[in-house]
Write a protein that binds this ligand. Structure first.
Ligand SMILES: [Zn+2]
Length: 379
């Protein structure tokens, strides 16, 4: 009799929970998003307000769950949502564990011990990263160590190409890899003087893969990533300066540039685009866009101080692998066209190197100062 009563009571309790009358005064889950990064899968749980949470890892079957106190999750966000085939996650599902506690369950393909959790603000988000394969997740020191909540201090400059990869070769045998290394070194000097901690992905003529470059920045937990390049075009008349940030959308001109910088063909660009299409880029896009605007504007005025005819090709968006793999706000700068005779001549000069470095550095300083102001204002 006792067990029957218990069973009945359980049924009532479950159906009550199922019917889920939402108690007043709770926060809400406002979105659950999945991201696929080359080295980890990320689940972002967005809430209408801050909340206490607890994570637990279980082995049979392997899953990681997150209990979020004082929060309600609506049907729309309960899923289950299947992760991509090669993700360490099988699926993500949510439910109301008690009337006042939401639970998010991440079903895993195998038992693992490594994951990281951190929070972001405005809007409040709980971020869970699960590494692919046997990769270790770097720890997140505290909630405030994420890039949108801390001051901008550490910058990784990435001089494109190097070693066996000369990049674009232009008029008078000018090589992209040499131009971008000179500008990157000058940029390091200026940024260091401005109080930044600056790292170069290479400071001599050697080859490094795109993965190694971004891994370097990710490991350093850098605040910004700036990849420096020079452009080339079959049309020898084309000249000017452009700055890129990551996006799935692009035009034909951009496809050509992205394919070249990715070391791939335009056809294979579709693969990159497919990966990108599965992502919501909003995460650090806002910051990258601000950085691109400031850096570009300032680079242009730096170059125009010596050559007023420097053409503004604008801030553009494209599927650049090196930007995609960076964990922090990242931009790619195209300093000018080595394929254009006049521009190639200028790209070689010390004046150009200094003006370009000064321009980009001033833009980064402006970005840092604006960012610091917004931190104080709590925006
Ligand atoms: Zn390049």
């Amino acid at each position: 009799m006792r067990s029957r009563n218990f069973w009945l009571l359980s049924c009532v309790a479950i159906s009550l929970l199922g019917a889920g009358k939402r108690p007043p005064g709770l926060g809400d889950v406002t979105d659950v998003r999945l991201f696929d990064h080359p080295s980890y899968s990320r689940v972002v749980i967005e809430l209408s307000r801050e909340a206490q949470y607890e994570a637990r890892l279980l082995e049979q079957p392997p899953r990681l769950y997150l209990d979020i106190e004082g929060v309600w999750i609506e049907e729309t966000f309960r899923g289950p949502r299947e992760a991509k085939k090669d993700s360490p996650l099988a699926q993500v599902r949510g439910g109301q564990n008690t009337l006042e506690r939401a639970r998010i369950v991440m079903d895993l393909h195998d038992a693992r011990r490594d994951y990281r959790i951190f929070t972001l603000k405005k809007p409040y988000r709980i971020v869970v990263d699960v590494p692919r394969g046997a990769k270790k997740m770097p720890p997140v020191a505290s909630n405030d160590s994420t890039f949108d909540l801390r001051p901008v201090r550490r910058v990784v400059i990435d001089p494109g190409h190097g070693g066996k990869d000369p990049g674009a070769i232009g008029s008078g045998n000018i090589r992209e890899k040499d131009v971008v290394l000179r500008v990157s070194k000058a940029l390091r000097q200026r940024l260091t003087r401005e109080g930044f901690e600056v790292f170069l992905t290479r400071d001599n003529d050697r080859y490094k893969t795109l993965e190694a470059r971004t891994q370097f920045a990710n490991r350093l937990n850098a605040d910004l990533f700036v990849s420096i390049h020079a452009n080339a075009s079959p049309n020898k008349k084309t000249h000017g300066v452009e700055t890129y940030l990551l996006d799935t959308r692009y035009d034909r001109q951009t496809a050509r540039v992205a394919a070249r910088e990715n070391g791939t063909t335009i056809d294979r660009l579709n693969e990159v685009q497919k990966i990108l299409a599965s992502l919501r880029l909003g995460y650090n896009e806002r910051f990258a866009a601000r950085l691109a605007e400031k850096s570009h504007k300032s680079l242009l005025s730096g170059l125009r101080s010596n050559h007023s005819g420097t053409k503004d090709l604008g801030v553009k968006r494209g599927p650049f692998l090196v930007l995609f793999m960076a964990d922090m706000p990242a931009i790619l700068v195209e300093l000018g066209f080595v394929s254009n005779k006049q521009e190639a001549k200028r790209l070689k000069t010390d004046k150009f190197t200094q003006n370009a470095a000064r321009g980009i550095a001033n833009g980064i300083v402006r970005y840092r100062d604006d960012h610091a102001r917004s931190l104080v204002a709590g925006r």
